[in-house]
Design a protein around this ligand. Structure first.
Ligand SMILES: Nc1ncnc2c1ncn2[C@@H]1O[C@H](COP(=O)(O)OP(=O)(O)O)[C@@H](O)[C@H]1O
Ligand SMILES: [Mg+2]
Length: 258
């Protein structure tokens, strides 16, 4: 099976060449780690560099916010839309689900209209509002994922993880089991600075790097850098960095461990 470039410099090396076509990847991480940016970079690079038009589905942020934030990275989503290479869709989990279930529904038609090859759903966590039953949620997510595969799309799902330091925590609903690839973003404290780190946790059917990489959100988007050389135990450290004189816990930015 063919692999496609993710559009994120450095990531394809970790993935042994890129993402499998039609695969589903979860990008999980706490707020501000760059999940939305990741997704935007994936569809934008598809549209302008790889001749793979894309759909960006947002549940929470208004399209105007998406256009603005993308533009700040130099990604002109509006121009791409005008050229028929990209489409930003603001919808709800319930509408997305019902449209994907319909033969000839909105998404079927959109995929054909722009010849879409990529899709981002930002964020899959919001799908949890569809049901409080974990098993039913898993079935819904599975059917959505399969629906997107059937449409020939390579998918990125962002997944919100509570901000917790010093503890590994994966997204809910066993999402890691039903998708092909899992990429985990987190904050780490290095010499009293908060840095961002990425790990590829799972790639179905492929080799992949298992090291922890530093990455940065630059004015051009996400850029994956080197390993944290000489930094052992960065996953177990419990940062005590203070923001505005108060701890992250006091600021309510992290949840107290239960
Ligand atoms: N134009 C930009 N240049 C550099 N960094 C940016 C830019 N826009 C956003 N960021 C960084 O990206 C972070 C938010 O990324 P985002 O993708 O929205 O995260 P998430 O979706 O994981 O909450 C901000 O906290 C900021 O650090
Ligand atoms: Mg986001």
């Amino acid at each position: 099976m063919k692999k496609i470039p993710s559009g994120v410099p450095g990531l394809d090396d970790l993935l042994d060449g890129g993402l499998y076509e039609r695969s589903t990847t979860v990008i999980a991480g706490p707020p501000g780690t760059g999940k939305t940016t990741f997704g935007a970079q994936f569809v934008y690079s598809g549209a302008v560099q790889f001749n793979e038009p894309g759909i960006f589905i947002t549940f929470e942020e208004f399209p105007e916010t998406i256009y603005r934030d993308a533009m700040n990275f130099g990604w002109d989503f509006k121009k791409c839309e005008a050229e028929g290479k990209l489409k930003v869709v603001f919808t709800s989990p319930a509408v997305l689900k019902s449209e994907l279930e319909k033969e000839g529904g909105f998404f079927d038609r959109l995929v054909i209209e722009i010849n879409a090859k990529r899709i981002v759903i930002d964020s899959i966590t919001l799908m949890e509002q569809l049901t409080s039953d974990q098993l039913e949620l898993r079935l819904i997510l599975n059917s959505i994922i399969n629906g997107l595969k059937r449409l020939g799309l390579t998918t990125i799902l962002t997944s919100e993880v509570p901000l917790l330091f010093g503890q590994e925590s994966l997204p809910d609903a066993d999402i890691g089991f039903i998708v092909d690839n899992v990429i985990f973003l987190r904050y780490v404290e290095i010499e009293s600075e908060l840095e961002t780190a990425l790990t590829v946790l799972k790639v179905r059917g492929s080799r992949h790097a298992k090291d922890i990489r530093k990455y940065e959100i630059t004015s051009n988007g996400i850029n994956i850098e080197t390993k944290f050389a000489g930094q052992q135990g960065i996953l177990t450290g419990f940062p005590s960095r203070q923001i505005s004189g108060r701890t992250l816990l006091e600021e309510g930015l992290i949840r107290r461990k239960r």
